[in-house]
Design a protein around this ligand. Structure first.
Ligand code: PLP
Length: 393
């Protein structure tokens, strides 16, 4: 079946899938580290790339390949490289495109470790980085240097929910011959397709929406061209940030319901955002679905929906936010997002605590910012939980 012609929800279920001689309805788990060759010549041909037979699971595996094929098709990309975690995907891209004397321009509100890894580990090997407010593409343009090898953006950004104009950044980058990578974790291909907007590389922490059940850590990179694919696969294979077959099976299972999970979660998130915006104890709310979001129109033009992550601050800053976090019962006080369960966390002391305070403030990650990742529970229960916790402040 040519799954490329199917609708998105049908692709979620059928793209990249295959069956075995028993007609299994789901992709089997090939839980093996290595694959035997038919002959010495066959083994040599596999290594020479003349035969596409499997060699060793770090290099490739049928279950992992099914997932890679599926996400690549959902992103309208060339091919995918699955990784053991989202950070495995981020670092595979960095390793493939950066080196001593090279430079990256990135958004100052990216996921904390995506920045920390540049400013600590890659810095040790002589790679430079500049972090700007990429929600203004001119800031990206002005930060480009002769040695800039990659523009790395997250939109919507974690945890500020700032939205970057993808097409504007692509125009600026490509005018200088620089590739653009977008971390599409917050939207998933269901809500945003960066490769269709000219982006070269897209990546995900599949730990979030794509798997969606808070039971797996996983990542993936999808590229628009063969060239970037080969470079990133080579990096992943050699640094060993590969996925495991069982992990791939779990993600394939979660992926099938991505559309209906996001529909429900963002319907809930819209109601939560409106509730918070009208609450007397709330200082501000940032959610791409609210007209008060500074890039509301831009968000609508490049995303088919606002997603289900909200950032907000209660009056009284961090102290009051702590009372809120300590008194919710339905929402779990936990990092991560994109799962079926509602989560609440405090970026300044948790996910972004390794970013110095001054840098956090420049990126609008205030000490009082609380991140709320809305799940698919009944909306009445989510709001009742917030209501009783806000009453404690
Ligand atoms: N990118 C974003 C936007 C994230 O939120 C995260 C994790 O929270 C990552 C990357 C890293 O992914 P992982 O935790 O799967 O390594």
């Amino acid at each position: 079946m040519d799954t490329k012609k199917l609708g998105f929800n049908s692709k979620l279920i059928h793209a990249g899938q295959f069956t075995d001689e028993f007609g299994s309805a789901t992709v089997p788990i090939y839980q093996t580290s290595t694959f035997s060759f038919k002959s010495a010549d066959h083994g040599a041909a596999c290594f020479a790339g003349e035969d596409d037979g499997y060699i060793y699971t770090r290099i490739g595996n049928p279950t992992i390949n099914a997932l890679e094929t599926s996400i690549a098709e959902l992103e309208n990309g060339y091919r995918g490289v699955a990784c053991g975690s989202g950070m495995g995907a981020v670092t595979a891209v960095y390793f493939a495109l950066l080196g001593a004397g090279s430079h990256i321009v990135s958004h100052n509100a990216v996921y904390g470790p995506s920045r920390v890894v540049m400013e600590t580990l890659f810095k040790k090997f002589g790679a430079e980085s500049t972090y700007v407010d990429a929600t203004d593409a001119d800031n990206v343009k002005n930060a480009i240097q002769e040695n800039t090898k990659l523009i790395y953006i997250e939109t919507p950004a974690n945890p500020t929910m700032g939205i970057t104009d993808i097409k504007a950044v692509v125009e600026v980058a490509h005018a200088h011959g620089i590739p653009v990578c977008i971390d599409n974790t917050f939207s998933s291909p269901y809500l945003q397709k960066p490769l269709d907007m000219g982006v070269d590389i897209v990546l995900h922490s599949m730990t979030k929406f794509i798997n969606g059940h808070a039971d797996i850590v996983a990542g993936i990179v999808v590229t628009r061209t063969e060239e970037y694919y080969a470079a990133i696969r080579g990096a992943m294979v050699n640094i060993g940030s590969n996925m495991d077959p069982h992990q791939a099976y779990m993600v394939i299972r979660g992926l099938k319901t991505l559309g209906i999970r996001i529909d429900r979660a963002q319907e809930n998130a819209m109601k939560v955002a409106e509730y918070l915006e009208n609450h007397s104890k709330v200082e501000w709310v940032k959610y791409p679905g609210l007209k008060s979001h500074p890039q509301y129109e831009l968000g609508k033009s490049q995303m088919s929906g606002p997603g289900s992550v909200i950032s907000f601050e209660v009056k009284g800053g961090f102290k009051a936010g702590k009372v809120l976090m300590d008194n919710v019962h339905l929402a779990l006080l936990a990092v991560s997002l994109g799962g079926v369960e509602t989560l609440i966390q405090h970026p300044a002391s948790m996910t972004h605590s390794k970013i110095p305070k001054q840098q956090r403030e420049e990126a609008h990650i205030t000490d009082g910012l609380v991140r709320f990742a809305v799940g698919i529970e009944d909306i009445e229960d989510i709001i009742a939980d917030l209501d009783q916790a806000l009453a404690m402040i």
